[in-house]
Design a protein around this ligand. Structure first.
Ligand code: ADP
Length: 880
């Protein structure tokens, strides 16, 4: 439905444009100087796409079919074929234009930039119509649909120029006026106005030029035919003069021999090549006429030659004619006594003028008809070939005009005529032709060719140059209006953006939790947000224009007075435009608060400070919290230290009684064991075991507690290889038994405390050998990896492993996963290990060993480099 409506509109526009173009067309080419439908087609495909094609095809057929049928009279079939070809060319042109223009043009319709317009004109108007014109002209001239005298190149040139110029001048305007894109009404109106004015000027110039040209042609025609008319009249007069001289010959002598006649005629008519026969007919008594005939009479005349004219006794010419019409001619001459003429027609186009001149006795013309009949002595008759007369007189017949010579009948109807006059000619002139005292009429009709010559090219030039001019002015109008349009649009957009921005900024300022204050170059408040006013205890507008520096506490955090000159706004420099820190501020009511501030100094390009923006955050609460926290930590640390001291003292003091219990229980067993029965001995053994465990616990606890003291030096280079092997020596029988299965990789020299590191290795290796399944051979591997800044040491075993859930718990003091009966121990080993690694700045963790067992990993600092650059060779280390 939408398509139908669009197509209907396009079709109507196309037809109107076509009719307008035809009106501008000038014969004989009948090709419009400007083919406006091309412009409609181009604009239509660009506006609605290929949907416009049906309208273009139908429009082209409707325009050209009547032309073929009625102007060229080419017959229905070839007219239809011709217009179909032209329609195809029009569609092709539109498709090419659309394909080439559209992909590259972002905003094809608003033609906002010069390149867009240039592209439309170059590709859409000039190039696409080149293709259309080539096809159309080939179709026209090869298919024989064109006017007869139109060759391919002329057709092509006119078609192309007309199409291209029309499309270039008109399509941008159509596109702009009907574009869906944002084109302001003002711009549309301006462009339409400029185009309309220019078109009116162009058309007026075209019409004036054409009118002038027609006028000029009319004048040229008048001059031309006057010349030719005079020449014709002269020619006829010449014939008459020759006949008169012939007449003088016979008047002078009554008897003229054929020989004399021949000589004389040869002299008089020899150079007069239109004369076909010359006769001298004389009346004789008894009605006999003697005659001389010369030159080359036409066949018909020859056939009736002998004694052709009989004059009766009453001197009437009788019917035995020399040629048809002669009696009338003679009669006319007798009536007037003067030269008389008559047209003579032969076969086909052959025609002559017969001229007759009477001779009377006494060589004077008797006054009355009766006297003239009486004195009639003879008649000189000449026949002149009209074609030859005309061809000698007329210089431009045929090409420039057609003509007709006719007699004037009494009723206004020509009794006879010669020649074919183009009755449709737009310029005809008739002039009289004097034959004796008789008048014939000669009519001239200008040919289309004559009328079109010059005028055609002039008008074309006017139209084409005019349209090029229109195109250029239009382009200027399009682009200049586009610029104002663009500027307006830009202004609108930017204003909207600015408004949105300022709204956003107001929102930000209004809702910011931090105080925002901006000051001018003198440090006076320019803008203060509600948070700032609230923080400082002022009304919102109260701080505008006030010295903002006065809000800072008069004494700074170091107890020095705060000078106004120290205000950051006076300290700004291009390299240091930001100041931040913590400052004490004073509210309006005199109360103080601490705030973190950040000030950005605004420095203009010439280096002067034009103002500053400061953001304040009240940190009074935070500072109080921090002070509370620090106090709390201090208390906690103190309590912890006391607790540790107490635990250490307690375990140390517990050792003594425990040793006594252990010693005395041992003595009881050794000295009085024989007095005890079986269960008594068992109790004694349990007591001994428990005290031993208690002792281990206390020893380990003391060891753990001792690690808290920083007394131990941590800065010795320790060769781990030596450390591990000496550690192994100190370990119990289980380790000794597994010693062959303890693999010691190449271990580095690290920095730390040898005693603590020995303890660490002892615990880890001990555990690795201890936590094995019954009957399984323990396999332990100790290795190291360079992490760049530190060493990563790994102790891996094939033991029972540790479930992921317990991997963190087992580092807690006394945490054990088994009963002392299964695997003996205090549960302090790993806690001590972690503390040792931590005291070396590292971390101890557990990872899975595949397929079974555990891997303990920890980092230790590298030994300091020696002078040779090597890190910790064994020779330079302290052997623990
Ligand atoms: P203890 O060895 O005195 O029991 P530790 O602190 O050294 O105490 O170890 C805590 C627990 O971690 C042990 O009871 C044991 O369950 C587990 N554990 C430690 N090392 C290993 C190991 N190499 N393989 C398996 N379990 C281990």
């Amino acid at each position: 439905m939408r398509d139908l409506k669009a197509n209907a509109i396009i079709l109507i526009a196309y037809l109107l444009a076509g009719i307008g173009s035809f009106l501008m067309a000038i014969p004989p080419g009948f090709i419009a100087p400007v083919w406006l439908p091309g412009a409609i087609g181009l604009a239509a495909v660009l506006l609605v796409g290929y949907r416009a094609l049906p309208a273009i095809v139908i429009g082209a057929i409707l325009l050209t079919l009547p032309y073929g049928l009625f102007v060229l009279e080419a017959g229905p079939v070839s007219s239809l074929a011709g217009s179909a070809g032209l329609a195809l060319a029009a569609a092709l042109q539109a498709v090419i234009a659309k394909r080439l223009i559209h992909p590259g043009t972002v905003s094809a319709m608003s033609l906002e930039t010069g390149p867009q317009l240039a592209r439309l004109i170059a590709v859409g108007a000039i190039f696409a119509s080149l293709c259309g014109a080539a096809l159309a002209s080939a179709w026209l001239t090869i298919g024989g649909f064109a006017p007869p005298d139109l060759d391919f190149w002329t057709a092509f040139a006119r078609n192309w120029a007309g199409n291209a110029v029309g499309a270039a001048a008109v399509s941008p305007v159509i596109l702009l006026l009907f574009a869906k894109e944002r084109v302001s009404r003002r711009r549309k109106r301006n462009v339409a106005l400029v185009f309309a004015i220019l078109s009116v000027i162009g058309l007026a110039t075209f019409a004036t030029t054409r009118f002038n040209a027609i006028e000029q042609r009319r004048e040229a025609f008048a001059t031309l035919i006057t010349e030719d008319h005079i020449a014709l009249q002269e020619r006829i007069n010449g014939a008459r003069r020759r006949l008169e001289s012939l007449h003088a010959l016979f008047a002078a002598s009554e008897t003229v021999t054929d020989q004399e006649f021949a000589t004389y005629v040869a002299i008089a008519f020899g150079q007069f090549d239109s004369a076909t026969s010359v006769h001298w007919l004389v009346t004789e008594d008894g009605g006999q006429l003697s005659q001389h005939a010369l030159l080359d009479p036409p066949a018909e005349l020859v056939a009736t030659q002998a004694r052709a004219i009989l004059v009766t006794s009453d001197r009437r010419v009788v019917t035995d004619h020399y040629f048809e019409g002669l009696p009338n001619l003679v009669e006319t001459t007798l009536l007037t006594g003067m030269l008389s003429g008559t047209p003579l027609f032969g076969e086909g186009d052959e025609a002559w003028i017969g001229l007759a001149l009477p001779a009377f006795a006494g060589n004077t013309i008797p006054a009355t008809v009766n006297d003239r009949r009486r004195d009639f002595r003879g008649i000189a008759v000449g026949t002149f070939d009209i074609s030859t007369i005309i061809s000698r007189a007329f210089t431009h017949e045929g090409d420039d005009y057609s003509f007709r010579v006719s007699g004037i009948g009494s009723d206004g109807v020509a009794p006879w005529s010669f020649g074919t006059l183009d009755a449709d000619s737009r310029l005809t002139t008739s002039l009289p032709l004097a034959i004796g005292d008789e008048t014939w009429l000669i009519e001239f009709a200008a040919t289309d060719r004559f009328l079109a010559e010059k005028q055609d090219w002039l008008s074309w030039a006017v139209i084409v140059i005019g349209l090029i001019f229109i195109t250029m002015l239009n382009a200027l109008a399009l682009m200049s209006t586009a610029r104002t349009d663009l500027v307006q649009r830009l202004v609108d957009e930017k204003s909207a953006e600015a408004l949105a921005l300022s709204n956003n900024l107001s929102l930000v300022l209004e809702h910011a939790a931090d105080a925002i204050l901006s000051v001018d170059g003198n440090g006076r408040g320019v803008l203060v947000n509600p948070a700032a006013a609230h923080m400082l205890g002022y009304e919102l507008d109260a701080l505008t224009g006030e010295m903002i520096h006065e809000l800072i506490h008069p004494v700074d955090l170091q107890g020095r007075p705060h000078n106004r000159t120290e205000c950051p706004v006076f300290q700004g420099s291009p390299d240091q435009s930001r100041h931040s820190g913590i400052e004490r501020f004073r509210r309006k009511d005199g109360s103080d608060f601490f705030a973190e501030f950040s000030t950005e100094i605004i420095i203009s390009p010439d280096g002067t400070t034009v103002g500053a923006v400061t953001i304040l955050r009240d940190i009074t609460a935070r500072m109080e919290e921090e002070a509370d926290r620090e106090r709390f930590i201090e208390q906690l640390t103190r309590a912890n230290e006391e607790l540790e001291r107490f635990a250490f003292a307690a375990s140390h003091d517990l050792q003594e009684p425990l040793r006594l219990i252990s010693n005395f229980t041992g003595l009881l067993a050794s000295r009085h064991g024989d007095k005890l029965d079986e269960s008594g001995l068992t109790y004694l053994r349990h007591t001994l075991d428990a005290t031993a465990r208690m002792q281990t616990l206390i020893t380990d606890l003391l060891a753990y507690g001792r690690l808290n003291s920083d007394a131990d030096a941590m800065n010795t280079d320790v060769d781990l290889t030596a450390l591990v092997s000496s550690t192994l020596d100190t370990l119990g029988p289980a380790v000794q038994a597994a010693r062959d299965h303890i693999e010691i990789g190449s271990l580095p020299v690290v920095r730390g405390n040898p005693a603590r590191l020995g303890q660490l290795m002892q615990n880890l290796i001990g555990n690795a050998v201890k936590f094995q399944r019954a009957g399984q051979q323990a396999e332990v591997r100790i290795s190291a990896r360079d992490l760049g800044k530190s060493w990563e040491i790994e102790v891996a075993d094939n033991g029972i492993g540790i479930k992921p859930d317990y991997r963190e718990q087992i580092f807690k003091p006394f945490k054990r996963l088994h009963s002392p009966d299964t695997y003996p121990g205090s549960g302090m080993g790993l806690a001590i290990c972690r503390k040792i690694v931590q005291s070396h700045g590292g971390m101890l963790t557990i990872v899975d060993n595949i397929p079974t067992g555990s891997i303990f990993r920890f980092t230790l600092p590298k030994a300091l480099p020696t002078e040779s650059g090597e890190v910790g060779t064994p020779s330079e280390t302290v052997d623990p």
